[in-house]
Ligand binder design. Structure first.
Ligand code: PLP
Length: 453
C-alpha cells in the first residue's frame, strides 16, 4: 500500500536545503523555512506530507493531475511499456507504437483541421515548438517577413527562453533579458482588472481591438501568429468576457494570421470540454497541450498542427530540424493514452460541465459577501477568489500581492492546497473531486478569509 514507507523527514528537509534547488522558488525562503514541505504520497484528490498532514489538493498538483492520484492502471501501463520497449527515438525515420496511437487519438479529439501532432516533454517545449514551427511555415510559404508573435500581458506560456518571452510576465522577463525580439504584448481580457466596471461586451470589443491595433501598428504582413490561453491560468484565472474569442478569431482570419491556443491548462476537460477552444467555439491552427494529457503521471506534451501547415512543410521537402531526444517517448505516450481512456470511461469531461463545475461555481458564490472578497469567478474546474482592500472596488491591499499569500497560508494550515496569484486564491482541483470535497475546499477558504481579517 501507499504511504507506508518511513522517511526521515527532518533529515530530508536538511538535504533539500543543502542540495536541491526547487523550481520557481526563492532559495532564501526555502532556507528560512528549513526546507520544502515534502509530499510523500497521494490518493484521489488528497496529498499527504511527511509530517502526517492530509491536504486536499485544490491545485491538482500544478493544474495537471486531472484523473486524480493513485491510478494503478497508469502504473501498470508504464511498467509494461518499460519492459517491452523503454525508449526509442523518432529522429531517423523510426517511430514506436505509443506515439502513433496517441497522435491518432489526439487528432480525433481535436477534430477538424488539427490532424497532426508533434510531441515534446513540457508545455514550455511545446510553445518553443510553436515558435519555430510558425516561423518555419511562413518562411516556406514565401512570406518570411511574417515573424512577429502577438501575445497578452500576464499570459503564461512557460519558462524556457522562447516560451517565457511569449508569456507576458514582466517579473520573468526581468531575469535573463527577455523577451527575445519579435514578440508584442497587448492588453489582457481581464474583466475585474482592465475591464473593471465596463460593460462586458464593450470590454470584449476593446480587448480584441487592442490586438487589431497592434497588428496594424506592426504591419499585418509582418505578423505570424497570435497566441493565447483560452483562460489565463497562471495569470490568476482570467476568464475573458463573452464574445472575446470570436472577435480574436475574426481578426486573425482578416489578416491571415495563425491562431494558437495554449491548452496546457484548459485542455483535457478543465473547462468542461476536451479543449478550451471547443468551449469558446473557435478553430485554432495550432494547439499546445501538456499537463492533463498524462495527468502529470509522466512528462509529455503535444503540439497539434493543422493539415494546411503540414502540407506546406511536406510540399517543401524540407526537414523540420527541431525536436527532442524524448519527443514521443513511448512510456509517456502509453501512459497518456491510458489516461485519456480513463477520462473517457469515467465521463470526466461531462462531469465537469454538468456536475462538479456548476457545483464549484455555486459553492464559491457563498464567499462573495465576505468583506475581503472583490470577486469570485469560475469556469469548469478553474476558480479564483479575488481579495480587495475595499468592497465594491478592485483596489488591492498595499501595493498588491500581500493579502493573497496570507489567506493561502491559512488555507494550507487548514488542510487545503491552493495558490495565491497576486491577491487571488486560485484553484484547479482534480476532475474527480467530490461534492463533499468541494464543500470542504470552499469552507476552508472561507475560514481562511475570516482568519485573515
Ligand atoms: N502554457 C501554459 C498555459 C501553462 O499554464 C504552462 C504551465 O503552467 C505552460 C505553458 C508551461 O508548461 P510546463 O511547465 O510544462 O513547461
Amino acid at each position: 500500500t501507499i504511504g507506508v514507507r518511513n522517511y526521515d523527514i527532518p533529515a530530508l528537509r536538511e538535504l533539500d536545503v543543502a542540495h536541491h534547488l526547487p523550481a520557481q522558488s526563492s532559495y532564501k525562503l526555502q532556507q528560512d523555512l528549513g526546507g520544502s514541505r515534502i509530499i510523500t504520497h497521494a490518493q484521489g484528490s488528497t496529498i499527504y506530507d511527511g509530517e502526517g498532514h492530509a491536504i486536499l489538493d485544490g491545485m491538482a498538483g500544478l493544474w495537471c493531475v486531472n484523473v486524480g492520484y493513485g491510478r494503478p492502471e497508469l502504473a501498470e501501463v508504464a511498467a509494461r511499456q518499460m519492459e517491452e520497449l523503454p525508449f526509442y527515438n523518432t529522429f531517423f525515420r523510426t517511430a514506436t507504437v505509443p506515439p502513433i496511437e496517441l497522435a491518432t487519438k489526439l487528432a480525433g479529439l481535436l477534430g477538424g483541421k488539427l490532424q497532426h501532432v508533434f510531441f515534446n516533454n513540457s508545455g514550455s517545449e511545446s510553445n518553443d515548438t510553436v515558435f519555430r514551427l510558425v516561423r518555419t511555415y511562413w518562411g516556406l510559404k514565401g512570406e518570411p517577413n511574417r515573424t512577429v508573435f502577438i501575445s497578452r500581458h500576464n499570459a503564461y506560456h512557460g519558462s524556457t527562453v522562447a516560451s517565457a518571452s511569449l508569456g507576458g510576465m514582466t517579473f520573468m522577463h526581468a531575469q535573463g533579458g527577455l523577451p527575445i525580439p519579435g514578440i508584442e504584448h497587448v492588453m489582457q481580457p481581464y474583466p475585474f482588472g482592465e475591464g473593471f466596471g465596463e460593460d462586458p461586451e464593450a470590454f470584449a470589443t476593446r480587448a480584441a481591438q487592442a490586438i487589431e491595433d497592434r497588428i496594424l501598428a506592426v504591419g499585418p504582413e509582418n505578423v505570424a501568429a497570435f497566441i493565447g490561453e483560452p483562460v489565463q491560468g497562471a495569470g490568476g484565472v482570467i476568464i475573458p468576457p463573452p464574445g472575446y474569442w470570436q472577435k480574436v478569431e475574426a481578426i486573425c482570419r482578416k489578416y491571415g494570421i495563425l491562431l494558437v491556443s495554449d491548452e496546457v491548462i484548459c485542455g483535457f476537460g478543465r473547462l468542461g470540454e476536451w479543449f478550451g477552444f471547443q468551449h469558446y467555439g473557435i478553430s485554432p491552427d495550432i494547439v499546445s497541450m501538456a499537463k492533463g494529457l498524462s495527468s502529470g503521471y509522466l512528462p509529455i506534451s503535444a503540439t497539434g498542427v493543422s493539415s494546411e501547415i503540414v502540407e506546406v512543410l511536406r510540399a517543401s521537402g524540407e526537414e523540420f530540424v527541431h525536436g527532442y531526444t524524448y519527443s514521443g517517448h513511448p512510456v509517456s505516450a502509453a501512459v497518456a493514452l491510458r489516461n485519456l481512456q480513463i477520462i473517457e470511461d469515467e465521463h470526466l469531461v461531462d462531469r465537469v460541465r454538468e456536475d462538479v463545475g456548476p457545483y464549484l461555481n455555486a459553492a464559491l458564490q457563498r464567499l462573495a459577501d465576505q468583506p475581503l472578497v472583490g470577486e469570485v469567478r469560475s469556469i469548469g474546474l478553474l476558480g479564483a477568489v479575488e481579495i480587495v482592500a475595499e468592497k465594491g472596488t478592485n483596489k488591492r491591499h498595499g501595493t498588491g500581492g500581500q493579502a493573497g499569500p496570507i489567506v493561502r497560508d491559512h488555507c494550507i494550515a487548514g488542510g487545503l492546497m491552493v495558490r495565491a496569484i497576486r491577491d487571488s486564491i486560485v484553484m484547479s482541483p482534480p476532475l474527480v473531486i467530490t461534492h463533499e470535497e468541494i464543500d470542504r475546499l470552499v469552507g476552508i477558504i472561507g475560514a481562511a478569509l475570516d482568519a485573515s481579517m
